[in-house]
Design a binder for this molecule. Structure first.
Ligand code: GN1
Ligand code: MG
Length: 380
């Protein structure tokens, strides 16, 4: 996300909010940052908060309070996570030897509060990870391995943060059966007979059975809740500009208790589709096993020691489930009139759903190879 900075005409409102975090006369630039579907993000550059302090920059964000209805809980989690990782970094794990690792920290406003509320909007700032960048596609095997390492290190550093210290900021986030219920509600009251929706609906129908695979395993006690990132897609893994090594994960609003499987599935669905989420050419969407292998290698090099046999058993399932779930979420949003994901044109979320469904099909075709790969890499 940090790699793309686009000049946009900024409203005076954004400038005024930025001024609540840094004196306005010290701010040199404000730019739109990233391409998130939910929040609005800006990079604020300044000459130092005071004449004596160093120049720098920070990330300013307006949280989407339709999605994050309790933004103060998001901030609670951000602080808990930041404090925990900082204390872990005081005696870093051996896998971090000779490496840099960073975690975005809350930047308080000038009134020393964690956020600013104005005109019904919720704004907050966090530190910017410099000399690092992200991409929207995997570049090579080393890059893939680093993305996997990054997620594994993130999980490893928070694996001893008790899940009950984190608040549930997004109820049912990644609980696939709950998304299916919501889809059923809107789909059953649908009046328009659109052939594109019809084929997407048929795709969901054919896969309805088994969408509870992870939740059922959780209920049976085979899997357990742990702190997770929630959205570890490729452009949320920061890569050092010089060494090419992963240096941290950004976009921490969805950190909350969950299953590590949600994260692994989300990382792989985003990284292993070289066509990207936004393509309108379904013929080039496919799940790349080479990238998958390198990402899992990197992930397991850090995370293998805290994964149980059950965790490993359900890895192939999550690789299939999370693209299916995201497709279902996009489709539902389309049917509901796009209240959740930002869209740029009519039918945008329906197209995004089609991409994720095509990716799901590709995973299904490769599932036996994925199972063998997990066994081989995990040594089980
Ligand atoms: C949303 O806003 P962004 O792009 O960081 C969504 C993720 C999806 C992603 C798909 C809170 O993330 O779950 O995977 O879009 N975030 C939320 O691009 O729903
Ligand atoms: Mg996000």
């Amino acid at each position: 996300m940090n790699c793309k900075t686009v000049e946009i005409p900024l409203s005076q409102a954004v400038e005024a909010i930025a001024g609540r975090f840094c004196p306005r006369e010290r701010i040199t630039a404000i730019r739109s940052l990233g391409s998130g579907n939910v929040n609005d993000t800006f990079l604020v550059t300044h000459r130092g908060h005071r004449p004596s302090s160093p120049a720098g920059s920070f990330v300013l964000q307006k949280l989407n309070t339709r999605v994050f209805a309790r933004p103060e809980l998001v901030m609670h989690n951000l602080v808990a996570l930041g404090n925990h990782i900082q204390s872990r970094l005081a005696s870093p794990p051996p896998e971090l030897q000779g490496r840099r690792w960073e975690v975005p920290q809350v930047v308080r406003c000038r009134q020393d509060r964690l956020w600013v509320e104005q005109d019904g909007e919720f704004w907050r700032s966090i530190t910017y990870i410099g000399a690092a960048t992200t991409t929207d596609v995997i570049l090579n095997r080393d890059h893939a391995r680093e993305v996997g390492y990054g997620l594994g290190m993130f999980h490893s550093l928070i694996s001893d943060l008790p899940a009950d210290q984190l608040r549930d900021t997004l109820k049912n986030f990644h609980v696939t059966p709950a998304y299916l219920n919501r889809y059923d509600n809107v789909n059953n009251s649908r009046k328009i007979a659109d052939p594109d929706i019809h084929s997407a609906a048929a795709f969901v129908e054919a896969r309805r059975h088994g969408m509870d695979v992870l939740e059922a395993a959780l209920q049976r006690g085979e899997l357990k809740l742990r702190p997770i990132h929630g959205d570890p897609k490729i452009n949320n893994v920061m890569i050092d500009e010089v060494s090419g090594q992963a240096v941290g994960l950004i976009d921490l609003d969805t950190v909350k208790p969950g299953l590590v499987h949600y994260d692994i599935g989300d990382c792989l669905r985003s990284c292993c589709n070289p066509a990207g989420e936004e393509t309108d050419d379904l013929s080039i969407v496919q799940f790349d096993l080479t990238w998958c292998e390198s990402i899992l290698e990197g992930y397991l090099s850090v995370a293998r020691h805290f994964l149980s046999d059950w965790d490993l058993h359900y890895l192939p399932d999550c690789i299939r489930l999370i693209p299916l779930e995201l497709g279902l979420r996009f489709l539902t949003d389309h049917l509901e009139g796009n209240p959740y994901f930002r869209t740029e044109r009519p039918g945008h979320n329906l197209q995004r759903a089609a991409v994720q469904f095509r990716l799901t099909e590709s995973v299904e075709q490769e599932l036996s190879q994925i199972r063998a790969m997990v066994h081989r890499l995990a040594g089980c």
